[in-house]
Design a protein around this ligand. Structure first.
Ligand code: KG4
Ligand code: ZN
Length: 311
């Protein structure tokens, strides 16, 4: 079975061909540079850019995988959640191709796509491909738009345990980065600067860390950084203080994410945890989660960075 899959929910124009139990091609044209000057994604610009770039991106995905349209058995696209105008471009393109080729169209839930992304690749431990090695798990989807904790009871049966009550973790990274004068999207830059900073330099709140529920809240953390900076004007202009600030804020976010994920896994008695979404690229999150999951005897499957972001 060969599947052509399109993704245009936000600021990545992407097409992939999946077949023989693996990803045969994955082409992602990022629009980050286009939106950078506005400090965030402009929905109408994103939609127009998808429209302009999608034909070439689809062609490249077909070419790289050696696929002719006649080889396809289905066409899929992200159907939501996402920016409505942007989603429409990918959905209409996929539906039109499916119609023209007389193939089924599959509308994919954005969060479910992230949820299953840790299973795309060959498991280094078992050598099994994707869902073949599936086991019940608790999964954290953590991106610029969402922070959701999910219990995967069986391969196609899952239950949302909780989500953020306000900002997503990635949004918190990006908004704090903006307060620090860093360009959009700030998450990867905070990660990079934090590597040379002291995580214990400044004490920021860990919202809902001790709360027994599965909800998250990150808007208070962002606000506390804002008040902190207002009382210390110019602090972020000092390069070492900037690195320390990044490390301290990152530590607060990572503490909450790792604790909540592992806490839910212990409570539900699963042997495996997984994580996906853009923030799963964060090096400190990956390190902490790898270390603490191992210490608690939990198997961990992390989507590789290429499959963490929208694709
Ligand atoms: O999944 P994604 O590509 O798009 C959606 O939001 O759906 O996630 C993008 C988010 C942004 O907020 C970005 O700053 C964050 O993921 N991100 C990171 C890192 N890489 C991406 N945050 C922290 N550290 C990173 N290394
Ligand atoms: Zn996403």
């Amino acid at each position: 079975m060969r599947l052509l899959a399109l993704e245009t929910s936000c600021d990545e124009t992407s097409a992939a061909v999946v077949g023989e139990d693996r990803v045969l091609s994955n082409v992602v044209a990022s629009q980050v540079a286009l939106h950078a000057e506005y400090g965030g994604v402009v929905p109408e610009l994103a939609a127009r850019e998808h429209l302009a770039r999608l034909p070439a991106v689809v062609q490249e995905a077909l070419d790289r995988s050696g696929t002719q349209p006649a080889d396809l058995q289905a066409v899929a696209s992200t159907l939501g959640p996402g920016l409505p105008q942007a989603l429409l471009v990918g959905a209409r393109a996929a539906q039109s191709m499916a119609y023209a080729l007389n193939l089924p169209y599959l509308g994919i839930h954005h969060h479910e796509a992230h949820l299953y992304s840790p299973w795309i690749e060959i498991d280094g431990r078992t050598g099994e491909v994707g869902a073949a090695g599936f086991e019940p798990n608790v999964s954290l989807i953590v991106s610029g738009g969402h922070t959701i904790l999910v219990h995967l009871i069986s391969e196609l049966h899952h239950r949302v345990l909780g989500a953020t009550l306000d900002d997503a973790a990635g949004e918190c990274f990006d908004k704090v980065a903006k307060l620090l004068g860093l360009p959009y999207p700030g998450g990867p830059l905070v990660d990079r600067l934090a590597r040379e900073g002291h995580a214990g330099a400044f004490d920021f709140p860990r919202p809902l860390l001790r709360d027994p529920g599965d909800e998250f809240s990150f808007s208070g953390l962002k606000t506390s950084v804002r008040y902190f900076l207002e009382k210390r004007p110019g602090l972020a202009d000092d390069p070492q203080a900037l690195r320390d600030l990044c490390a301290s804020v990152q530590a607060a976010i990572v503490d909450v994410l790792v604790s909540k994920l592992l806490g839910a896994a212990r409570r539900l008695g699963v042997g495996c945890v997984t994580a996906s979404g853009g923030v799963t690229c964060n090096s400190s999150f990956r390190e902490r989660l790898t270390r603490e999951a191992a210490a608690q005897g939990l198997r961990l499957r992390l989507a590789s960075p290429a499959y963490c972001t929208d694709n």
